[in-house]
Design a protein. Sequence first.
Length: 133
Amino acid sequence: VRGLSISTSPLDFGLVPQGGKNIGEATTGSITLQGQGGRKVLLTFKDMISGLDVKNSLVHLAGPKDEKAYWLAASLKINNTDLSDFKNVILDNDKAQSFKVTGTIGEVAGDAETGKYNGAVKIAATYEYSTGK
């Protein structure tokens, strides 16, 4: 079985305004997987700010000045599929396969700082192995 690798490029919401609603990404991100063609890859996502597995496709973003002062929730999608539902993919071939990452911040509190918010998602990928049953 060929090794499996993941590379990413960041999703960027740009300058997030105080009191903003339904803010889309300024720059889309990507996830690129490379491994053995025809194999099914299982994916899990962990919100690195909360330390929890991603549920309902929501991840946390920490504020521009005091990282714990304001947390925003961003809803993420991979190739237009909610992050929570993007649990596996079958690799087409041995070449790298890229997936577009987009997102929306639903609402920013009126007392939140305007600025850049940051977050991180840890991605784990493993091949699905058949047990022969």
